[in-house]
Design a protein around this ligand. Structure first.
Ligand code: ADP
Ligand code: MG
Ligand code: MG
Length: 476
Protein backbone atom coordinates (compact mmCIF):
# COMPACT_ATOMS: atom_id res chain seq x y z
CA UNK A 1 0.00 0.00 0.00
CA UNK A 2 2.98 2.30 0.41
CA UNK A 3 2.64 3.04 -3.29
CA UNK A 4 -0.70 4.65 -3.83
CA UNK A 5 -4.33 5.10 -3.04
CA UNK A 6 -6.01 1.94 -1.71
CA UNK A 7 -8.93 0.57 -3.68
CA UNK A 8 -11.38 0.81 -0.76
CA UNK A 9 -10.89 4.56 -0.84
CA UNK A 10 -11.10 4.70 -4.65
CA UNK A 11 -14.39 2.78 -4.57
CA UNK A 12 -16.08 4.71 -1.73
CA UNK A 13 -18.53 6.76 -3.82
CA UNK A 14 -19.75 9.02 -1.02
CA UNK A 15 -16.27 9.88 0.12
CA UNK A 16 -15.07 10.42 -3.46
CA UNK A 17 -17.93 12.82 -4.15
CA UNK A 18 -17.18 14.79 -1.01
CA UNK A 19 -13.46 14.82 -1.76
CA UNK A 20 -14.05 16.08 -5.30
CA UNK A 21 -15.86 19.12 -3.90
CA UNK A 22 -13.02 19.77 -1.45
CA UNK A 23 -10.47 19.21 -4.22
CA UNK A 24 -11.99 21.73 -6.62
CA UNK A 25 -12.13 24.36 -3.92
CA UNK A 26 -8.53 23.60 -2.98
CA UNK A 27 -7.48 24.11 -6.61
CA UNK A 28 -9.37 27.41 -6.78
CA UNK A 29 -7.82 28.60 -3.52
CA UNK A 30 -4.32 27.67 -4.70
CA UNK A 31 -4.74 29.38 -8.06
CA UNK A 32 -4.73 26.26 -10.24
CA UNK A 33 -6.95 28.13 -12.66
CA UNK A 34 -7.89 28.38 -16.28
CA UNK A 35 -10.11 30.74 -18.13
CA UNK A 36 -13.24 29.17 -19.60
CA UNK A 37 -13.75 28.19 -23.21
CA UNK A 38 -16.60 30.66 -23.62
CA UNK A 39 -14.44 33.68 -22.74
CA UNK A 40 -10.79 32.74 -23.19
CA UNK A 41 -9.53 36.31 -23.08
CA UNK A 42 -11.29 37.43 -19.94
CA UNK A 43 -10.80 36.56 -16.29
CA UNK A 44 -14.39 37.49 -15.29
CA UNK A 45 -15.20 33.79 -15.13
CA UNK A 46 -12.51 31.19 -14.49
CA UNK A 47 -12.50 27.54 -13.52
CA UNK A 48 -10.04 25.10 -11.96
CA UNK A 49 -7.53 23.68 -14.43
CA UNK A 50 -8.27 19.97 -14.91
CA UNK A 51 -6.46 17.77 -12.40
CA UNK A 52 -6.48 14.35 -10.79
CA UNK A 53 -8.27 13.76 -7.51
CA UNK A 54 -5.27 11.81 -6.20
CA UNK A 55 -1.55 11.95 -6.91
CA UNK A 56 -0.05 9.12 -8.95
CA UNK A 57 2.62 6.75 -7.59
CA UNK A 58 5.94 7.20 -9.40
CA UNK A 59 9.05 5.17 -8.54
CA UNK A 60 11.87 7.25 -7.15
CA UNK A 61 14.68 5.85 -9.32
CA UNK A 62 13.42 6.97 -12.76
CA UNK A 63 12.28 10.27 -11.26
CA UNK A 64 15.81 10.99 -10.05
CA UNK A 65 17.25 9.68 -13.31
CA UNK A 66 15.20 12.18 -15.33
CA UNK A 67 16.11 14.99 -12.98
CA UNK A 68 19.81 14.14 -13.27
CA UNK A 69 19.84 13.99 -17.07
CA UNK A 70 18.06 17.33 -17.53
CA UNK A 71 21.14 19.55 -17.50
CA UNK A 72 22.69 17.32 -20.17
CA UNK A 73 19.55 17.71 -22.28
CA UNK A 74 19.89 21.48 -21.84
CA UNK A 75 23.48 21.32 -23.07
CA UNK A 76 22.50 19.05 -25.93
CA UNK A 77 19.70 21.34 -27.17
CA UNK A 78 22.05 24.29 -26.96
CA UNK A 79 24.82 22.50 -28.86
CA UNK A 80 22.39 21.43 -31.60
CA UNK A 81 21.19 25.02 -31.95
CA UNK A 82 24.76 26.14 -32.60
CA UNK A 83 25.42 23.51 -35.24
CA UNK A 84 23.87 24.75 -38.52
CA UNK A 85 25.43 21.94 -40.54
CA UNK A 86 23.82 19.34 -38.30
CA UNK A 87 20.43 21.07 -38.44
CA UNK A 88 20.62 21.34 -42.21
CA UNK A 89 21.51 17.68 -42.65
CA UNK A 90 19.00 16.45 -40.06
CA UNK A 91 16.10 18.46 -41.45
CA UNK A 92 16.86 18.32 -45.20
CA UNK A 93 14.39 15.54 -46.03
CA UNK A 94 11.71 17.00 -43.75
CA UNK A 95 11.79 20.54 -45.07
CA UNK A 96 11.49 19.22 -48.61
CA UNK A 97 7.95 18.06 -47.82
CA UNK A 98 6.80 19.88 -44.67
CA UNK A 99 5.91 23.50 -45.38
CA UNK A 100 5.83 24.63 -41.75
CA UNK A 101 9.26 23.27 -40.86
CA UNK A 102 10.56 24.64 -44.18
CA UNK A 103 9.29 28.09 -43.31
CA UNK A 104 10.98 27.98 -39.91
CA UNK A 105 14.15 26.76 -41.53
CA UNK A 106 14.07 29.66 -43.97
CA UNK A 107 13.98 32.11 -41.06
CA UNK A 108 16.90 30.23 -39.52
CA UNK A 109 18.88 30.67 -42.74
CA UNK A 110 18.01 34.35 -42.98
CA UNK A 111 19.21 34.90 -39.42
CA UNK A 112 22.46 33.06 -40.14
CA UNK A 113 22.99 35.12 -43.28
CA UNK A 114 22.53 38.38 -41.41
CA UNK A 115 24.76 37.09 -38.63
CA UNK A 116 23.54 36.45 -35.09
CA UNK A 117 23.63 39.75 -33.24
CA UNK A 118 22.73 38.57 -29.80
CA UNK A 119 25.15 36.34 -27.91
CA UNK A 120 22.78 35.82 -24.96
CA UNK A 121 20.80 32.59 -25.30
CA UNK A 122 17.89 31.71 -23.02
CA UNK A 123 16.54 28.17 -23.04
CA UNK A 124 13.43 27.05 -21.18
CA UNK A 125 12.54 23.52 -22.13
CA UNK A 126 10.66 20.51 -20.84
CA UNK A 127 11.71 16.95 -21.44
CA UNK A 128 8.76 14.56 -21.20
CA UNK A 129 8.89 10.88 -20.33
CA UNK A 130 6.76 7.85 -19.76
CA UNK A 131 7.75 4.82 -17.73
CA UNK A 132 7.84 1.85 -20.04
CA UNK A 133 6.75 -1.39 -18.47
CA UNK A 134 9.28 -4.14 -19.04
CA UNK A 135 8.55 -7.86 -19.00
CA UNK A 136 10.37 -8.38 -15.70
CA UNK A 137 7.96 -5.95 -14.02
CA UNK A 138 10.49 -3.12 -13.81
CA UNK A 139 9.89 0.16 -15.54
CA UNK A 140 12.31 2.17 -17.58
CA UNK A 141 12.35 5.88 -18.25
CA UNK A 142 11.75 6.70 -21.91
CA UNK A 143 11.65 10.17 -23.38
CA UNK A 144 8.51 11.05 -25.32
CA UNK A 145 9.89 14.33 -26.64
CA UNK A 146 11.62 17.51 -25.61
CA UNK A 147 9.78 20.80 -25.94
CA UNK A 148 12.04 23.74 -26.62
CA UNK A 149 9.17 26.06 -27.49
CA UNK A 150 6.42 27.29 -25.15
CA UNK A 151 6.66 24.38 -22.71
CA UNK A 152 3.72 25.13 -20.47
CA UNK A 153 2.29 24.41 -17.01
CA UNK A 154 5.38 25.52 -15.09
CA UNK A 155 3.10 27.99 -13.36
CA UNK A 156 0.09 25.90 -12.44
CA UNK A 157 2.20 22.86 -11.51
CA UNK A 158 3.90 25.01 -8.88
CA UNK A 159 0.60 25.12 -6.99
CA UNK A 160 -0.33 21.47 -7.37
CA UNK A 161 1.59 20.03 -4.40
CA UNK A 162 -0.56 21.89 -1.87
CA UNK A 163 -3.76 20.82 -3.63
CA UNK A 164 -3.01 17.11 -3.29
CA UNK A 165 -1.56 17.50 0.20
CA UNK A 166 -4.85 18.99 1.29
CA UNK A 167 -7.00 16.35 -0.41
CA UNK A 168 -4.96 13.56 1.18
CA UNK A 169 -5.19 15.16 4.61
CA UNK A 170 -8.97 15.40 4.30
CA UNK A 171 -9.03 11.78 3.12
CA UNK A 172 -7.12 10.78 6.27
CA UNK A 173 -4.01 9.83 4.30
CA UNK A 174 -1.49 11.83 6.29
CA UNK A 175 1.50 9.67 5.43
CA UNK A 176 0.92 10.03 1.66
CA UNK A 177 0.23 13.72 2.09
CA UNK A 178 3.72 14.17 3.51
CA UNK A 179 5.23 12.31 0.56
CA UNK A 180 4.13 14.92 -2.01
CA UNK A 181 7.35 16.72 -2.84
CA UNK A 182 7.73 20.44 -3.37
CA UNK A 183 7.77 21.75 -6.90
CA UNK A 184 8.18 25.30 -8.13
CA UNK A 185 9.14 25.57 -11.79
CA UNK A 186 7.64 29.08 -11.96
CA UNK A 187 10.41 30.46 -9.77
CA UNK A 188 13.13 28.61 -11.67
CA UNK A 189 11.84 29.62 -15.10
CA UNK A 190 11.59 33.25 -14.00
CA UNK A 191 15.10 33.12 -12.57
CA UNK A 192 16.51 32.18 -15.98
CA UNK A 193 14.45 34.84 -17.78
CA UNK A 194 15.63 37.39 -15.21
CA UNK A 195 19.25 36.39 -15.80
CA UNK A 196 18.88 36.90 -19.57
CA UNK A 197 17.17 40.26 -18.95
CA UNK A 198 19.96 41.34 -16.63
CA UNK A 199 22.67 40.38 -19.15
CA UNK A 200 20.82 42.35 -21.84
CA UNK A 201 21.58 45.28 -19.60
CA UNK A 202 18.89 47.87 -20.05
CA UNK A 203 16.88 48.72 -16.92
CA UNK A 204 13.91 50.16 -18.79
CA UNK A 205 13.59 47.21 -21.21
CA UNK A 206 10.74 44.71 -20.71
CA UNK A 207 10.17 40.98 -21.06
CA UNK A 208 7.57 40.41 -23.76
CA UNK A 209 5.39 37.31 -23.57
CA UNK A 210 4.37 36.58 -27.15
CA UNK A 211 0.92 35.14 -26.51
CA UNK A 212 -1.88 33.35 -28.32
CA UNK A 213 -5.09 34.78 -29.71
CA UNK A 214 -6.97 32.40 -27.44
CA UNK A 215 -5.50 32.93 -23.99
CA UNK A 216 -7.26 30.32 -21.90
CA UNK A 217 -4.03 29.36 -20.21
CA UNK A 218 -2.90 32.93 -19.46
CA UNK A 219 -2.94 32.30 -15.71
CA UNK A 220 -0.24 29.64 -16.04
CA UNK A 221 1.95 32.32 -17.63
CA UNK A 222 1.00 34.90 -14.99
CA UNK A 223 2.89 32.91 -12.34
CA UNK A 224 6.10 33.50 -14.27
CA UNK A 225 5.20 37.11 -15.05
CA UNK A 226 4.55 37.77 -11.38
CA UNK A 227 7.88 36.24 -10.36
CA UNK A 228 9.53 38.68 -12.77
CA UNK A 229 7.58 41.64 -11.40
CA UNK A 230 8.75 40.63 -7.90
CA UNK A 231 12.26 41.26 -9.23
CA UNK A 232 11.12 44.60 -10.62
CA UNK A 233 11.29 43.34 -14.18
CA UNK A 234 8.36 44.60 -16.25
CA UNK A 235 6.47 42.17 -18.47
CA UNK A 236 4.08 42.84 -21.33
CA UNK A 237 1.79 40.49 -23.23
CA UNK A 238 1.59 40.91 -27.00
CA UNK A 239 0.31 38.90 -29.94
CA UNK A 240 1.96 38.52 -33.36
CA UNK A 241 -0.59 41.03 -34.63
CA UNK A 242 0.46 43.62 -32.02
CA UNK A 243 4.12 43.18 -32.92
CA UNK A 244 3.28 43.46 -36.62
CA UNK A 245 1.39 46.69 -35.96
CA UNK A 246 3.54 48.48 -33.41
CA UNK A 247 6.92 46.75 -33.49
CA UNK A 248 10.10 48.07 -35.06
CA UNK A 249 13.87 47.84 -34.89
CA UNK A 250 16.08 50.86 -34.32
CA UNK A 251 19.41 51.35 -36.12
CA UNK A 252 21.12 49.03 -33.60
CA UNK A 253 18.42 46.38 -34.16
CA UNK A 254 16.94 46.93 -30.71
CA UNK A 255 13.34 45.72 -30.70
CA UNK A 256 10.63 48.17 -29.70
CA UNK A 257 6.97 47.24 -29.32
CA UNK A 258 4.53 50.02 -28.47
CA UNK A 259 7.61 52.22 -27.93
CA UNK A 260 8.89 49.88 -25.20
CA UNK A 261 12.30 48.32 -25.60
CA UNK A 262 12.11 44.52 -25.42
CA UNK A 263 15.01 42.72 -23.72
CA UNK A 264 13.54 39.22 -23.93
CA UNK A 265 10.87 37.75 -26.21
CA UNK A 266 9.37 34.70 -24.51
CA UNK A 267 7.37 32.85 -27.14
CA UNK A 268 4.28 31.16 -25.77
CA UNK A 269 2.80 31.08 -29.26
CA UNK A 270 4.15 30.32 -32.71
CA UNK A 271 4.67 26.55 -32.64
CA UNK A 272 1.75 25.62 -34.90
CA UNK A 273 1.09 26.67 -38.51
CA UNK A 274 -2.30 28.07 -37.47
CA UNK A 275 -0.56 30.43 -35.00
CA UNK A 276 0.57 32.42 -38.04
CA UNK A 277 -2.74 33.79 -39.22
CA UNK A 278 -1.24 35.93 -41.95
CA UNK A 279 1.99 36.85 -43.67
CA UNK A 280 2.21 39.70 -41.18
CA UNK A 281 2.68 37.19 -38.34
CA UNK A 282 5.56 35.55 -40.20
CA UNK A 283 7.12 38.96 -40.84
CA UNK A 284 6.81 39.77 -37.15
CA UNK A 285 8.53 36.49 -36.25
CA UNK A 286 11.37 37.28 -38.64
CA UNK A 287 11.73 40.79 -37.26
CA UNK A 288 11.98 39.47 -33.69
CA UNK A 289 14.50 36.81 -34.74
CA UNK A 290 16.66 39.43 -36.45
CA UNK A 291 16.50 41.78 -33.46
CA UNK A 292 18.90 42.26 -30.58
CA UNK A 293 16.28 40.98 -28.12
CA UNK A 294 16.99 37.64 -26.45
CA UNK A 295 14.61 35.11 -27.95
CA UNK A 296 13.27 32.20 -25.93
CA UNK A 297 13.72 30.13 -27.94
CA UNK A 298 15.66 31.52 -30.85
CA UNK A 299 14.85 29.99 -34.23
CA UNK A 300 17.68 27.46 -34.15
CA UNK A 301 16.68 26.23 -30.69
CA UNK A 302 13.11 25.99 -31.97
CA UNK A 303 14.32 23.70 -34.77
CA UNK A 304 16.45 21.70 -32.31
CA UNK A 305 13.18 20.67 -30.64
CA UNK A 306 11.63 19.07 -33.73
CA UNK A 307 10.74 15.41 -33.70
CA UNK A 308 12.94 14.83 -36.74
CA UNK A 309 15.97 16.04 -34.78
CA UNK A 310 14.94 13.74 -31.92
CA UNK A 311 14.95 10.80 -34.32
CA UNK A 312 18.33 11.74 -35.81
CA UNK A 313 19.84 12.00 -32.31
CA UNK A 314 19.02 8.34 -31.77
CA UNK A 315 21.21 7.27 -34.70
CA UNK A 316 24.56 5.71 -33.80
CA UNK A 317 27.36 8.21 -33.32
CA UNK A 318 25.22 11.34 -33.21
CA UNK A 319 25.31 11.88 -29.44
CA UNK A 320 29.05 11.23 -29.61
CA UNK A 321 29.30 14.10 -32.09
CA UNK A 322 27.81 16.46 -29.51
CA UNK A 323 29.58 15.01 -26.47
CA UNK A 324 32.98 13.92 -27.74
CA UNK A 325 35.07 12.30 -25.01
CA UNK A 326 32.10 12.26 -22.63
CA UNK A 327 30.88 8.65 -22.87
CA UNK A 328 29.14 8.83 -19.51
CA UNK A 329 26.94 11.69 -20.61
CA UNK A 330 26.26 9.94 -23.92
CA UNK A 331 25.21 6.81 -22.05
CA UNK A 332 23.06 8.75 -19.60
CA UNK A 333 21.17 10.56 -22.36
CA UNK A 334 20.92 7.52 -24.62
CA UNK A 335 19.45 5.41 -21.82
CA UNK A 336 16.31 7.58 -22.02
CA UNK A 337 15.79 7.09 -25.77
CA UNK A 338 12.98 4.94 -27.04
CA UNK A 339 13.33 3.30 -30.45
CA UNK A 340 13.15 6.01 -33.13
CA UNK A 341 13.13 5.23 -36.84
CA UNK A 342 13.73 7.26 -39.98
CA UNK A 343 11.28 7.41 -42.85
CA UNK A 344 13.80 9.00 -45.21
CA UNK A 345 13.85 7.58 -48.73
CA UNK A 346 16.15 4.60 -49.03
CA UNK A 347 16.61 1.13 -47.62
CA UNK A 348 16.48 2.13 -43.97
CA UNK A 349 13.26 4.08 -44.43
CA UNK A 350 11.77 1.16 -46.40
CA UNK A 351 12.55 -1.10 -43.46
CA UNK A 352 10.75 1.31 -41.13
CA UNK A 353 7.68 1.30 -43.40
CA UNK A 354 7.57 -2.49 -43.51
CA UNK A 355 7.93 -2.75 -39.74
CA UNK A 356 5.20 -0.16 -39.08
CA UNK A 357 2.76 -1.78 -41.49
CA UNK A 358 3.39 -5.24 -40.04
CA UNK A 359 2.90 -4.30 -36.37
CA UNK A 360 1.29 -0.85 -36.19
CA UNK A 361 0.25 -1.25 -32.56
CA UNK A 362 3.87 -1.24 -31.48
CA UNK A 363 4.47 2.26 -32.84
CA UNK A 364 3.49 5.92 -32.98
CA UNK A 365 3.74 7.83 -36.25
CA UNK A 366 4.65 11.47 -35.65
CA UNK A 367 4.52 14.49 -37.94
CA UNK A 368 6.55 17.64 -37.16
CA UNK A 369 3.81 19.19 -35.06
CA UNK A 370 3.34 20.29 -31.45
CA UNK A 371 0.53 20.87 -29.02
CA UNK A 372 -1.05 17.42 -28.83
CA UNK A 373 -3.49 15.59 -31.06
CA UNK A 374 -1.24 15.23 -34.12
CA UNK A 375 0.17 11.74 -33.79
CA UNK A 376 -1.10 8.64 -35.52
CA UNK A 377 -1.64 5.29 -33.85
CA UNK A 378 -2.63 1.70 -34.60
CA UNK A 379 -4.57 0.90 -37.75
CA UNK A 380 -4.49 4.53 -38.82
CA UNK A 381 -0.73 4.18 -39.24
CA UNK A 382 -1.44 1.66 -42.01
CA UNK A 383 -3.88 4.04 -43.70
CA UNK A 384 -1.67 7.11 -43.52
CA UNK A 385 1.62 5.39 -44.23
CA UNK A 386 -0.02 3.23 -46.88
CA UNK A 387 -0.79 6.36 -48.90
CA UNK A 388 2.66 7.97 -48.67
CA UNK A 389 4.96 4.99 -48.31
CA UNK A 390 6.41 5.17 -51.82
CA UNK A 391 6.83 8.94 -51.99
CA UNK A 392 9.02 11.53 -50.30
CA UNK A 393 5.91 12.67 -48.40
CA UNK A 394 6.63 9.96 -45.85
CA UNK A 395 9.65 11.97 -44.67
CA UNK A 396 7.31 14.46 -43.03
CA UNK A 397 6.96 11.80 -40.29
CA UNK A 398 9.14 9.83 -37.94
CA UNK A 399 8.26 6.50 -36.36
CA UNK A 400 8.69 5.80 -32.66
CA UNK A 401 8.24 2.82 -30.39
CA UNK A 402 5.03 3.09 -28.44
CA UNK A 403 5.74 3.32 -24.73
CA UNK A 404 3.50 1.18 -22.56
CA UNK A 405 3.22 2.62 -19.05
CA UNK A 406 1.57 0.76 -16.17
CA UNK A 407 -2.00 2.05 -15.88
CA UNK A 408 -3.26 3.44 -12.58
CA UNK A 409 -6.76 4.23 -11.38
CA UNK A 410 -7.82 7.74 -10.57
CA UNK A 411 -10.55 10.34 -10.97
CA UNK A 412 -10.01 13.12 -13.48
CA UNK A 413 -11.63 16.38 -12.40
CA UNK A 414 -12.62 18.57 -15.30
CA UNK A 415 -15.31 21.25 -15.48
CA UNK A 416 -18.58 19.84 -16.74
CA UNK A 417 -17.42 16.23 -16.73
CA UNK A 418 -19.14 13.63 -14.52
CA UNK A 419 -17.05 12.04 -11.80
CA UNK A 420 -16.00 8.54 -12.77
CA UNK A 421 -13.09 6.27 -12.13
CA UNK A 422 -10.65 6.05 -15.03
CA UNK A 423 -7.80 3.88 -16.11
CA UNK A 424 -4.97 6.33 -16.45
CA UNK A 425 -1.54 6.77 -17.98
CA UNK A 426 0.92 9.41 -16.80
CA UNK A 427 3.66 11.44 -18.43
CA UNK A 428 6.41 13.02 -16.37
CA UNK A 429 8.18 16.15 -17.56
CA UNK A 430 11.18 18.04 -16.20
CA UNK A 431 11.75 21.73 -16.76
CA UNK A 432 15.26 22.70 -17.82
CA UNK A 433 16.64 26.22 -17.95
CA UNK A 434 19.90 27.59 -19.24
CA UNK A 435 21.43 30.91 -20.09
CA UNK A 436 24.51 31.14 -22.27
CA UNK A 437 26.46 34.33 -22.79
CA UNK A 438 28.76 33.87 -25.75
CA UNK A 439 30.79 30.81 -24.85
CA UNK A 440 29.91 30.86 -21.15
CA UNK A 441 27.06 28.79 -19.78
CA UNK A 442 26.12 31.06 -16.93
CA UNK A 443 23.16 28.97 -15.82
CA UNK A 444 22.13 25.35 -16.45
CA UNK A 445 19.49 23.89 -14.16
CA UNK A 446 16.61 21.50 -13.68
CA UNK A 447 13.92 23.62 -12.04
CA UNK A 448 11.00 21.32 -11.41
CA UNK A 449 8.63 18.76 -12.82
CA UNK A 450 5.19 18.30 -14.30
CA UNK A 451 3.12 15.16 -14.01
CA UNK A 452 0.22 14.91 -16.44
CA UNK A 453 -2.27 12.09 -16.40
CA UNK A 454 -4.83 11.05 -19.00
CA UNK A 455 -7.44 8.39 -19.41
CA UNK A 456 -5.90 5.41 -21.22
CA UNK A 457 -8.71 5.60 -23.80
CA UNK A 458 -6.85 8.56 -25.25
CA UNK A 459 -3.76 7.68 -27.21
CA UNK A 460 -2.51 11.24 -27.53
CA UNK A 461 -2.04 13.71 -24.69
CA UNK A 462 -1.85 17.39 -23.78
CA UNK A 463 -3.56 19.39 -21.03
CA UNK A 464 -4.29 22.33 -23.31
CA UNK A 465 -5.54 19.81 -25.90
CA UNK A 466 -8.19 18.82 -23.32
CA UNK A 467 -6.94 15.28 -22.79
CA UNK A 468 -4.41 15.18 -19.97
CA UNK A 469 -4.86 16.75 -16.53
CA UNK A 470 -2.43 18.08 -13.92
CA UNK A 471 -1.14 15.67 -11.31
CA UNK A 472 1.63 15.19 -8.71
CA UNK A 473 4.01 12.27 -8.37
CA UNK A 474 3.72 10.32 -5.14
CA UNK A 475 7.25 8.97 -4.94
CA UNK A 476 7.87 5.47 -3.64
P1 ADP B 1 3.26 16.96 -28.81
O1 ADP B 1 4.42 17.80 -29.22
O2 ADP B 1 2.06 17.15 -29.65
O3 ADP B 1 2.98 17.05 -27.34
P2 ADP B 1 4.17 14.26 -28.22
O4 ADP B 1 5.29 13.56 -28.87
O5 ADP B 1 4.38 14.70 -26.82
O6 ADP B 1 3.74 15.47 -29.16
O7 ADP B 1 2.91 13.34 -28.29
C1 ADP B 1 1.67 13.72 -27.75
C2 ADP B 1 1.16 12.67 -26.79
O8 ADP B 1 1.08 11.40 -27.45
C3 ADP B 1 2.04 12.44 -25.59
O9 ADP B 1 1.72 13.36 -24.57
C4 ADP B 1 1.71 11.01 -25.23
O10 ADP B 1 0.51 10.95 -24.49
C5 ADP B 1 1.46 10.36 -26.58
N1 ADP B 1 2.69 9.76 -27.10
C6 ADP B 1 3.63 10.36 -27.84
N2 ADP B 1 4.65 9.54 -28.12
C7 ADP B 1 4.36 8.37 -27.55
C8 ADP B 1 5.02 7.11 -27.48
N3 ADP B 1 6.19 6.92 -28.08
N4 ADP B 1 4.43 6.12 -26.79
C9 ADP B 1 3.23 6.32 -26.18
N5 ADP B 1 2.55 7.49 -26.21
C10 ADP B 1 3.10 8.51 -26.89
MG1 MG C 1 4.22 16.44 -25.84
MG1 MG D 1 5.73 18.91 -27.98
Amino acid sequence: MAQGIPSDLLMNATLINDLAVVAKDAALLQGVLMRVKESPNSSEVVTYAPFTLFPTPVPKAPFLQAMAVQTHYNTLVDKISQDPDFLQAALASTIAVDDFTARLFKIHQQVLKEGRLQSIVLGLNRSDYMLDQKEDGHTSLKQIEINTFAASFGGLSSRMPDVHRHILRVAGRLEESQRIIDNNPAVGLAKAVAKAWELYGSKQAVVMFLVEENQRNALDQRFIENELWKRNIATIRKRFEDVAESGNLDQDKRLFVDSQEVAVVYFRNGYMPQNYESEKAWEARLMMECSLAVKCPDISTHLAGTKKVQQVLAKPGVLEHFFPDQPQIVAQVRATFAGLYTLDMGAEGDKTVAMALATPNRFVLKPQREGGGNNIYGQEICEVLGKVKDSAERTAFILMDKIQPVPTQNYLLRRGTPLQISNCLSELGFFGTYVRHGKDMVMNDCVGHLLRTKSSEHLDGGVAAGVAVLDNPLLF
